[in-house]
Design a protein around this ligand. Structure first.
Ligand code: NAD
Length: 492
């Protein structure tokens, strides 16, 4: 079985305690690799390596233009190895090869885009209200960044953080999910082959409490960039506050997909099915609540059910498969618990509602695409993130009612609006409390478009020019151009 050691200061090495975690293939349900189970001493070593690389160079002493060039080379290197990286990801997290290949093919764009931005970070010259001074600002990297990622799209979510952090001049220690660490380690090896100096990017694999906790608390870490569950994010924010670290959090969602009677319904059906069943519902932006106008409720639900029923399940490596397994065994159990809960609350499964027993699903952790009607917005199914292929359908009467239901959750990550009325689309986009609103489309993301949550879905934004700011801090420099310093007891 393949072993994945830690990656610290440019070398691969075994964890101090020589303990390992088995990584399972969600389609076969069997282990395929072992990843190092690091601990606080491994974390300390990795953070010190990142800190040395930050303070001593060559990363920090390189010009921003050279740093940008390295980032663009990294993009090229990833593009050359896209197929291998995608296959490792599929083996580890069970997502479809077709989706993963698309994600990994897209990955270099983050390194090209932020590589291009690296030498466009500019300070300002504020016009001063005081004579005899010249003041300018510098935008400086925050320092050592802890990057903590989840299991659902390990490489893509890592790139969203890693590319801007490196472009800003930071160095990093990555803690990937204990369930899906392999692709991150493979990526970092590639980056160093492509010319990234040792110590700039380090990876300590292991469990959240044994590696993530010590990383968040380490005094030499100045910023924590986290993607994962809201409960974990809250804990990390509290921990980081004790040592006054910068924090950005990309957390969960309970996103509404809102379909008005005047929408192009064929297009809306595709958007709704893709919103919840693509990636087996294991995305933070899953459109897990279908809010549908009461006048078209029954006919539209029938269309969604008819399309979802045709989804081919099975081997994620098979290009014909449309819905793959659940990534982890605990998550599989959690999805089934939510299905039970919805039934106890009186909702009715009009499709699915159980684990999948189809022969093509082998021994994998599969759940049937599931659609519940008769859901009230205060049911737990409508309020809590399931992170699986389970759709809650809720009717609404008019625009006002749709907005009320859409916003009546503690999350605010994404929302879809399906309508042919342009004015309504604008009104809805303004009224919905979420980081992203898609109109007549769903699940579109780009390295150029800011992404993040409001309310319990997180803090900060990834992607777009502004994401660089998450890894920079401003310094003001004052130059005395006038009289020598005068009375020491009077502030000028
Ligand atoms: P998780 O919170 O359980 O784990 C995420 C990471 O945090 C893992 O690496 C884990 O080991 C680590 N961790 C756990 N406890 C920790 C602790 N005490 N200190 C430090 N690190 C700790 O999340 P998950 O189950 O891996 O991922 C699913 C969640 O991620 C869902 O809630 C989903 O919505 C969210 N997610 C959000 C986005 C987004 O961009 N908003 C994207 C993808 C996933």
């Amino acid at each position: 079985m393949q072993q994945y050691p830690l990656h610290i200061d440019g070398t691969q090495r075994r964890p101090r305690e020589d303990r390992w975690i088995s990584s399972d293939n969600p389609y076969t349900g069997t282990p395929w690799a072992e990843v190092a189970r690091g601990d606080d001493r491994d974390v300390d070593e990795a953070v010190r390596a990142a800190h040395r690389a930050f303070t001593e160079g060559p990363w920090s002493t390189m010009t921003a233009t050279d740093r940008g060039r390295v980032l663009r080379d990294l993009g090229d290197r990833i593009a050359q190895d896209a197929d291998r990286l995608a296959r490792i990801e599929v083996q580890d997290n069970g997502k479809l090869l077709s989706e993963m290949r698309g994600q990994v093919d897209y990955l270099p764009q983050w390194f090209y885009y932020y590589g291009g931005l690296a030498d466009k970070v500019e300070g300002t010259v504020p016009p001063l209200d005081k004579k005899g001074y010249f003041t300018f600002t510098r935008r400086e990297p925050v320092g050592v960044v802890a990057i903590i990622t989840p299991w659902n799209s390990p490489l893509m979510l890592l790139a969203w953080k890693l590319a801007p952090a490196l472009a800003a001049g930071c160095t990093v220690v990555i803690k990937p999910s204990e369930f899906t660490s392999a692709s991150t380690l493979e990526l970092v090896r590639l980056l160093e082959e492509a010319g990234l100096p040792p110590g700039v990017v380090n990876v300590v694999t292991g469990f959240g409490n044994e590696v993530g906790g010590p990383l968040v608390e380490h005094p030499l870490v100045t910023k924590v960039s986290f993607t994962g569950a809201d409960t974990t994010g809250r804990r990390i924010n509290e921990q980081a506050a004790r040592s006054l670290k910068h924090v950005s959090l990309e957390l969960g969602g309970k996103s509404p997909n809102i379909v008005f009677g005047d929408a192009d319904l064929d297009s809306a059906v595709n958007g709704v099915v893709s919103g919840i069943f693509a990636a087996t519902g294991q995305t933070c932006i899953a459109g897990s609540r279908l809010l549908v106008q009461r006048s078209i409720h029954d006919s539209f639900v029938d269309k969604v059910v008819d399309l979802a029923r045709t989804a081919r399940m099975g081997d994620p490596l098979d290009p014909h498969t449309q819905v793959g397994p659940i990534t982890t065994r605990p998550q599989f159990a959690k999805v089934l618990e939510y299905i039970d809960l919805a039934e106890q609350d009186g909702a009715r499964a009009v499709l699915g509602g159980s684990a999948a027993e189809r022969p093509e699903c082998g021994n994998g952790w599969f759940v049937e695409p599931t659609i519940f009607t008769g859901v009230a917005n205060d049911h737990r199914l409508a309020q809590e993130e399931v992170f699986g292929p389970v759709l809650a359908v809720i009717p609404f009467d008019d625009e006002h009612d749709a907005i009320r239901l859409a916003n009546d959750v503690r999350f605010g990550l994404g929302a879809g609006v399906w309508t042919s009325d342009v004015a309504r689309a604008f009104r809805m986009a303004e009224a919905i409390q979420s980081g992203t609103v898609w109109v007549n489309t769903y699940r579109a993301v780009s390295f150029m478009a800011p992404f993040g949550g409001v309310k319990d879905s997180g803090l900060g934004r990834e992607n777009g020019i502004g994401a660089l700011d998450e890894y920079l801090q401003t310094k003001s420099v004052w130059i005395n151009t006038g009289a020598p310093s005068g009375n020491p007891f009077v502030m000028r």
